[in-house]
Every structure is written in structure tokens, then in C-alpha cells.
Design a protein around this ligand. Structure first.
Ligand code: NAG
Ligand code: NAG
Ligand code: NAG
Length: 475
């Protein structure tokens, strides 16, 4: 299900070297006590500021209330049916015996043995020769059926046929109480609480196909906009899976020239007449470089998945790839719904703009930045296939190289409960952000801020059910 363009990655960080190399030494370690005290005062003022603005945010935003709370399109039929939980999802992960040992580190950060249900589907028995037992922390595995009889005429890898059939082989296991089949790659990280909440918006007794597109327009044009990309993961409701299983094998031959497993699945579901319902929390991550800009301006939707983490710079500077994901998950566990949710505030006495991506980062601009700009993704990455500057399926803004235009960046450091139903997250300035200094007065003052504390209510997952649902419901 991967959409690698087949090119070897020569130097993924090259275009961004100038952004991330540190050329100016830290000066903050030697600050005197006075400055430290001043910094504390500023941070203390910002506590109050945040506390006020986050807790009052809903009250002061009547338009938000309208879209978030009063939309009643397509209510689920009210029955006594119990809500969908994690046990109703059967995961099907496309893997291979050879690469599992490398890829499992991403799967194992979200997989919960005996809670999450599903299988990694391999091309052959694992551990051949080595005799190593299958790791207990991995999902159980199954070996896919032979696919030699199917046609495959694309330039890509034949494994696309095998992986496309995972949904069928999963269905045919006949496991009980499965409402949704969720497909993902072996390097997909799922945020399962949010996935469950999003699936709860939809009636599993109807035919639904839910996923997201590629971020890179060139990928969407080359493959299609009308599928759920496999690396970001997609969900197929039980009744749709039942129909898909009926036609899938013939369909795979009809679409022999299509590259990926997800495109084959998308085309077959299209034959059934069910369009993909797009959810913005699925992240195929078809980008090159740093995902920072993308994750610091997440759309108003719960984070469902991340993918391609081995092809990207780590989520957090100075932390390796796997530990970066673990760090984000640390925040996530305290408040799944709020993770990466974006909010911003203005300090009208200092003329500062502050942008918060909860559990991930805080950006401080010592000048006014419009809400429109703050919510536009900083482009810290290139397109997936051709490593170009554009286009993406969302707007971007340039991450300036001029020190007097760049945000001062603080990275998530830790999280704790605070009082009743609240969290406190701490964000610290990352050292490398201090390499190029702006010597204007406004920046000088802002540089003294060493950390941010953000107080927030734990976000009720029910809020997502009230967000307006897509108006085109199949069947
Ligand atoms: C999920 O819901 C089912 C009812 O459909 C219930 O029996 C089960 O205990 C629930 N599981 C979890 C993990 O909440
Ligand atoms: C999962 O369940 C099996 C069988 O009930 C048990 O042997 C195993 O120890 C459990 N694993 C974990 C990690 O709880
Ligand atoms: C904030 O901006 C206003 C209007 O641009 C300006 O008059 C004021 O002096 C600024 N305040 C500070 C502290 O820079």
C-alpha cells in the first residue's frame, strides 16, 4: 500500500539543511538572574493568559458553537445499540516477513495485545532460519493466500494484489462482533481512541468507506482523489466489506494495471457505488522533509493516523523517530481528542501572537499574525514524488529564513493532570531554534521566554460527533 515513487532517498534533509543546522551558539545558558526572573514573570503572565483564553474560548466564539454544537445532519438512528469500541474493529496490516522486524517498532507503539484485534498479513512464514519466536508485543500474524493466479500489469510490486486481498481474508475469518475493517501499512501509527470516536459518527450497519487523500497533489492526480490512501489507513464497514468480498477477486483482475493495493480497493468500492468519506485525521504523510508545519496547524479533526515516519525527519527535533512518536503518544494518552488541536491567542499588551498545537508545539511571534496565517500550514516539507515546493491539498505559507520573521518554537516536553478534568502541558524552547537571532527589541523580549505552560480542559470526544458530517451518505 505504499506509494513510494521508487526513488532511493538520497538526502532527505538536504533542502532543509539551512533551516536546521545551528550556526549561532546558545547564549541563554549564561543569562543572569535578572533576566531569568523576568522570563519567569513573562511565563507566569502567559499562564494566566492561556488559562483565561482556553477556558473561555467556546464562550467567546459563537460561530464555533454553531458548527460544533448545533449541527444535527444525519443523526444515527436511536436504538439501544451499544457504541462502537475498540473491540469492534478488526485491523488488517499489510506487512512482509522480511521487513517486520524493522517496521514493528511503529506498529507496537499503538498495538495493545489482547485489546486491539487483527493481524499482520505476511507474504511467508516469519523467522525462517532464525527460529526466533513471533514477538508478543506484535499483533498476531497470518500468512496471506497465494496470489499467483491474479493479473498484475503495473510497474509496481505484485504484493499490491496480496495486500488488497487482506480485507477479504480478514472478512472470511468470520470473527464475531466486527463492525469495521481497518486497513493500514506496517508503518502506520493509529491513534485508536480517536479512530473509534470517528467511526462512531457513522452507522456501521450502512456501507461506509472512510479514509483520507495524499497531501501531495501529484500523488492524488497520479493515483486518484477518490480513495482512502492505504498508508494513512482506511475503514470499511461490515456491510460494505461483505459486498466487496463478493466482487474483489474479479475486480483485482479488472484493475490489473493499477499500481497500489489501496487504489485497487478504491476502484472496486467505486464499482459498488460507495464514495470515500474523507476524514481529515488520516495522514498518509506523502511529504519529504519535516512534518513540523503540518502537525503544528492540524485541521479541526481528531488525529487518527501517521505514516511514512521513516521517510520524514523525526516529529521532534533532537529526538529519534520512534521516540518522537512515543513522546506525542504521551500527551495523546492524557487527552486523545485534543492532541494536535490548534488554538491561538494574542497578547494585546506586548503585541505577541501565540499558536498552540496541543501536545506538540507552541509558536511565539513577537508581532501580530492574522488568524488566517496562523492556521495556514508552515511549509517545512516538499512533495512526495518530485520533491517540489507545491502543490499540496491544503494551503501553505513560507517558513521564512529571516530571523526577524520566524516564530520562536517550543516543543512539547511533558504533561500532567491538573485539577478536575484538566491537563497542564509544558513546552520548552528547543536549543537549535536559537541559532539565528533577530536583534529587534520585540524579539529580544520574546527570546527570554523559555517555556510555556498550557492549561486545557480535557476535550470531550463527543464534540466530534457534533461536527457537521458530510452530506453525501451512500446507499
Ligand atoms: C465493547 O462493546 C461490547 C458490546 O458490543 C461489550 O461487550 C464490550 O465489553 C466492549 N468492550 C470494550 C473494550 O469496551
Ligand atoms: C493475551 O492473552 C493470552 C491468552 O489469553 C495470554 O496468554 C497472554 O499472556 C495475553 N497477553 C498479554 C500481553 O496480556
Ligand atoms: C502594539 O501595536 C500598536 C499598533 O500597531 C502600537 O501602537 C503599540 O505601540 C504596540 N505596542 C507594543 C508594546 O509594541
Amino acid at each position: 500500500m505504499s506509494h513510494s515513487s521508487g526513488t532511493t532517498i538520497q538526502d532527505p534533509f538536504k533542502p532543509w539543511k539551512h533551516l536546521f543546522s545551528s550556526s549561532i551558539k546558545l547564549t541563554f545558558l549564561t543569562q543572569n538572574l535578572m533576566r531569568a526572573l523576568l522570563a519567569i514573570c513573562i511565563v507566569a503572565a502567559l499562564y494566566l493568559f492561556f488559562f483565561g483564553s482556553i477556558s473561555n474560548w467556546r464562550i467567546n466564539c459563537p460561530e464555533c458553537d454553531k458548527t460544533l454544537f448545533h449541527s444535527t445532519l444525519h443523526q444515527l438512528p436511536s436504538t439501544n445499540e451499544e457504541k462502537t469500541n475498540i473491540s469492534h474493529i478488526l485491523f488488517g496490516i499489510g506487512g512482509s516477513a522480511e521487513t517486520w522486524n524493522l517496521r514493528r517498532r511503529y506498529c507496537e507503539v499503538w498495538w495493545r495485545p489482547n485489546i486491539t484485534r487483527g493481524f499482520v498479513w505476511l507474504d511467508e512464514e516469519p523467522g525462517k532460519g532464525s527460529g526466533e519466536p513471533w514477538p508478543e508485543t506484535s499483533p498476531p500474524y497470518k500468512v496471506s493466500a497465494d496470489t499467483a493466479r491474479f493479473k498484475y500489469t503495473s510497474q509496481g510490486s505484485r504484493s499490491a494484489v496480496r495486500i488488497a486481498r487482506i480485507v477479504k481474508e480478514s472478512f472470511e475469518l468470520g470473527l464475531e462482533n466486527v463492525r469495521w475493517f481497518v486497513m493500514g501499512d506496517d508503518d502506520t501509527v493509529f491513534f485508536t481512541e480517536n479512530l473509534v470516536n470517528v467511526l462512531n459518527k457513522y452507522d456501521y450497519r450502512e456501507m461506509y468507506y472512510i479514509g483520507g487523500n495524499s497531501e501531495s497533489v501529484e500523488q492524488d492526480l497520479f493515483h486518484t482523489y477518490s480513495m482512502g490512501y492505504g498508508g494513512g489507513g482506511f475503514a470499511v464497514s461490515y456491510p460494505l466489506a461483505a459486498e466487496l468480498v463478493r466482487i474483489l477477486d474479479g475486480c483485482i483482475d479488472r484493475y490489473a494495471e493499477l499500481y497500489g493495493s489501496d487504489l485497487k480497493i478504491g476502484s472496486c468500492i467505486n464499482e459498488i457505488g460507495v464514495p470515500v468519506t474523507k476524514e481529515l485525521g488520516f495522514h498518509q504523510m506523502d511529504i519529504r522533509g519535516s512534518p513540523y508545519g503540518l502537525l503544528s496547524a492540524h485541521p479541526l479533526a481528531p488525529l487518527i493516523s501517521l505514516h511514512h515516519l521513516d521517510y520524514l525527519e523525526p516529529l521532534f527535533q533532537g529526538v529519534d523517530r520512534v521516540n518522537s512518536v512515543k513522546k506525542l503518544i504521551k500527551a495523546y494518552k492524557f487527552d486523545p481528542s485534543r492532541t494536535l488541536q490548534h488554538s491561538f491567542c494574542y497578547d494585546l499588551t506586548r503585541n505577541w501572537s501565540v499558536s498552540v498545537s496541543w501536545g506538540y508545539t507552541v509558536q511565539l511571534y513577537p508581532f501580530f499574525v492574522t488568524a488566517k496565517d496562523l492556521s495556514t500550514t508552515l511549509q517545512t516539507f516538499l512533495t512526495w514524488g518530485s520533491w517540489s515546493h507545491e502543490p499540496f491539498t491544503f494551503n501553505t505559507r513560507v517558513m521564512s529564513l529571516k530571523p526577524c520573521e520566524r516564530p520562536i518554537i517550543f516543543n512539547f516536553d511533558r504533561v500532567q493532570r491538573f485539577g478536575n478534568g484538566k491537563t497542564l502541558t509544558l513546552y520548552r524552547k528547543h536549543n537549535s531554534e536559537q541559532r539565528k537571532q533577530c536583534d529587534r527589541e520585540n524579539y529580544k523580549a520574546a527570546y527570554k521566554v523559555m517555556s510555556f505552560n498550557v492549561f486545557a480542559d480535557v476535550l470531550d470526544p463527543g464534540i466530534w460527533n457534533k461536527v457537521q458530517r458530510p452530506s453525501s451518505v451512500p446507499i
